[in-house]
Design a binder for this molecule. Structure first.
Ligand SMILES: [Fe+2]
Length: 501
């Protein structure tokens, strides 16, 4: 394994140079504000605290039959402890992670959920207070590295027989697949210990895994990982990319890794302010445009650069490339970052506004030499895109995602859709108004793209319970083949992954 370009010393500096942060002023009153908002708008239940640290139950069938052959586990992750010791976080992405396992076997679905007891959470438990800084909430140090604030709350990865809880800013956390208990932080190599391993790795059909990690100190640098199907690291490289902020997702093609750097970048002066959270240390610099980095998969070096108009991209669908080197990718693009920097704060304070311009599903074309273009594919807001993962890095015609009616004051996503990246929306099913759909994960059955099922968890705010729908992925508009409900609710989660039994 080789770590190239920037020195090990620079990477150690990334850990040692994190400033100690302090200041809890921004937290005052938000718990009361949230409860007042929840009493008026039941859709805010998704941002309430989990009622317990662990849950175990069977699912009660509401309708239909589980398809024969659908056997396995859907692991999901998301922030679930939004409040501890009376303090409420001020951003949706801050709370301690809760991992869930929906186990589908025979004609039954069982559910297990556990709060991940990370080193950060154990420190706060010992001290009896919530004080460590989070993604969008300022706090106090001292901090020896990113994992001191790692809440492991964003996604799950099952690779080479190992289950990992992922967060964007630090290491992956090992999780016991049976008990869902938290283990130790994963070190892919001693020299990579404690460095960020982001929450949206791309795994190709042969099991090769690619990932990024955004490092901000002592300077911005993008870490690229190539991991073998057997779970060992093949190569890593640290790239000097200039001004950089959140790098949440990326795509791979047959020959390249493609990363979009949005104009939302860290301002080092703001980050040194003791009362500013990591998110609030970002500034919007539209003059930077959107810088597109194309990285060679063998060398892990930047080989092409393109520029697009300024936009904010959180989640990507997939990428692929033609024989002449033309690269295609599809992404959720908003004109600015406000749905993350403002809307997802307001919901934590009991305000369900979602008044920002939401992401539109968009197609990007990068010709081999110069020029680049982006076009909107679907008219409404689109988020949580997932593909048939067997098509990772190859031309695809199916993306499964959430959309909605975009009514002010309502949760923006109430419909699951299938998008053809060349035609737009081609199929969909609308949830009842008292249900909030979460990310829907594709599970393959037959050999063709999209031949399989969609597993769709949802929050029923009327029942105050979490449910699960199973769709035929090629006939989403026919509605669920099977639907089950839990006797409790889990706060709205973020991402998940499925593994066959
Ligand atoms: Fe994400």
């Amino acid at each position: 394994m080789a770590i190239d370009h920037l020195s090990r010393r620079a990477m150690l500096g990334a850990l040692a140079s994190l400033p100690a942060l302090s200041g809890l002023g921004a937290l005052a009153g938000t718990r009361e504000e949230f409860n007042a908002g929840l009493s008026k708008n039941p859709h805010l239940l998704g941002l309430a605290n989990a009622k317990m640290e662990s849950f175990d139950s069977g699912m009660k069938k509401l309708r239909g039959h589980l398809p024969s052959g659908l056997e396995g586990v859907l692991w999901r992750n998301g922030p679930a402890e939004h409040e501890r010791f009376g303090d409420r976080y001020t951003h949706w992405f801050d709370g301690d992670g809760m991992v869930q396992a929906y186990t589908l076997s025979g004609d039954r679905v069982t559910h297990r959920a556990r709060i991940l007891d990370t080193p950060k959470r154990r420190r706060e438990t010992r001290e009896g207070r919530r004080y460590i800084p989070a993604f969008g909430t300022a706090g106090s140090g001292p901090m020896s590295g990113p994992d001191d604030m790692n809440v492991a709350n964003t996604s799950m990865l099952f690779h080479a027989g190992q289950l990992l809880a992922l967060w964007e800013g630090g290491s992956a956390l090992e999780v016991d697949p049976e008990t869902l208990g938290a283990g130790k932080f994963k070190a892919w190599h001693p020299e990579l210990s404690g460095l960020p391993f982001s929450a949206h790795p791309r795994v190709e059909k042969d099991g090769t895994l690619w990932n990024t990690g955004a490092i901000f100190f002592p300077q911005e640098a993008l870490l690229i990982y190539r991991i073998h199907q057997n779970g060992t690291i093949v190569k890593a490289n640290l790239l000097d990319v200039g001004p950089m902020g959140i790098v949440h997702d990326f795509v791979v093609t047959s020959r390249h890794i493609v990363v979009l750097l949005t104009p939302l970048v860290i301002d080092p002066d703001l980050w040194s302010d003791r009362d500013v959270s990591f998110l609030d240390a970002h500034v919007w610099r539209p003059a930077y445009g959107t810088r597109v980095l194309t990285i060679d998969k063998n060398q892990l070096e930047i080989v092409r650069r393109h520029e697009l108009p300024p936009g904010f991209h959180f989640h990507h669908g997939n990428g692929w490339e033609e024989a002449d080197g033309t690269i295609h990718l599809d992404v959720c693009q908003a004109p600015g970052p406000e749905f993350v920097t403002r809307d997802m704060r307001e919901v934590m304070c009991g305000q369900l506004n979602f008044s920002s311009a939401h992401p539109r599903y968009s197609s990007i074309v990068l010709p081999p030499r110069s020029g680049a273009e982006i076009n909107v594919l679907a008219p409404g807001p689109v988020e949580f895109p997932r593909i048939d993962s067997r098509r990772t890095g190859q031309r695809h015609r199916m993306v499964f995602a959430l959309t909605g009616d975009e009514v002010d004051g309502k949760w923006p996503f109430n419909r699951v859709i299938r998008i053809d990246p060349e035609l737009g929306e081609t199929d969909g099913w609308t949830y009842p108004g008292h249900q909030i759909p979460e990310e829907h994960v594709f599970v393959p059955a037959g050999p063709a793209e999209g031949e399989g099922w969609l597993l769709g968890p949802y929050l029923d705010v009327r029942r105050k319970a979490t449910g699960l729908n199973v769709f035929n992925a090629r006939h989403v508009s026919a509605g669920p083949l099977w639907e089950g409900i839990l006797p409790y609710f889990i706060p709205l989660g973020l991402h998940g992954t499925f593994a066959a039994l």
